[in-house]
Design a protein around this ligand. Structure first.
Ligand code: 13P
Length: 260
């Protein structure tokens, strides 16, 4: 299975920077076309710039575009919201839901995230569902309980292995430069895999991404862990060279794992 290398640009770039970054990604892929074929690449700019990024990528690109959230409702009188079907209309193929920054800053609950997932599946979007524990929850020994509940409360109706991706992002590793250890990642991803297999006939085939301070220098080790099927990258995805270096690390890791 190709690794999914996803960049979450958060609210960290303006339009001009989004254009420049996309042009640099295009140039990197032109120089090394295998990168876009041997890994699946996704970038999730702020809503405002998804269209601009699409047009800079051009009509034939190996890079998918996604969004960082979608509305709870379908179209209509919902000032300020962007619906899942609008994202599809704008050319997005995936949406990140339940990111810890949305859980924290917008008090998004598992129930609300499950409803958003329903809208996304109905509209034909693939969902990257983020799960992860806080530092206090890990220190208290509750990491698996928290992540397990987030998966139990998730909405998989209308999904299949191709439509849903889980991203394990320990909250304390996001934007901090602290990554979970390879052993902790292996153990949590194994736990998540077990839960998915228990719940879903296609649980073995769902991709599970790791996110939280993934950088070019730690990517290969993280992406070589069993059940790590890709990465969700924040800061390092804002630099084309780093983003593509992480994609290369994913390809190298997958080749090495296939050879073993
Ligand atoms: P960083 O890679 O900046 O830690 O962010 C991770 C993240 O939140 C991706 O969604």
């Amino acid at each position: 299975m190709r690794k999914l290398i996803a960049g979450n640009w958060k609210m960290s770039c303006y339009g001009g920077e989004a254009i420049e970054l996309t042009e640099q990604i295009n140039a990197g892929l032109e120089a090394n076309p295998d990168l876009g074929l041997d890994a699946e690449l996704l970038i999730c700019p702020p809503y405002l710039y998804t269209g601009i990024v699409q047009s800079v990528l051009g009509p034939v690109s190996d890079v998918l575009v996604g969004a960082q959230d979608c509305a709870l409702s379908e179209n209509g009188a919902h000032t300020g919201d962007i619906s899942a079907s609008m994202l599809v209309d704008a050319g997005c193929e995936m949406v990140i839901l339940g990111h810890s920054e949305r859980r924290q800053n917008h008090e998004e609950s598992d129930d609300l995230i499950a409803e958003k997932a329903e809208r996304a599946f109905e509209a034909g979007l693939k969902v990257i569902l983020c799960v992860g524990e806080s530092a206090a929850e890990r220190d208290a020994g509750n990491a698996e309980e928290i992540v397990g509940a987030q998966i139990d409360n998730a909405n998989f109706e209308g999904a299949d292995a191709n439509k849903v991706v889980i991203a394990y992002e320990p909250v304390w590793a996001i934007g901090t430069g602290k990554t979970a250890s390879v052993d902790d990642v292996e153990s949590m991803h194994g736990f998540i895999r077990g839960k998915l297999q228990e719940k879903l006939a296609y649980g073995s085939d769902i991709r599970i991404l790791y996110g939280g301070s993934v950088k070019p220098d730690n990517a290969k080790a993280l992406l070589s862990v069993p059940n790590v099927d890709g990465a969700l990258i924040g800061g390092a995805s804002l630099n084309a060279e780093s983003f593509l270096a992480i994609a290369q690390a994913g390809i190298d890791a997958a080749e090495q794992m296939a050879a073993e």
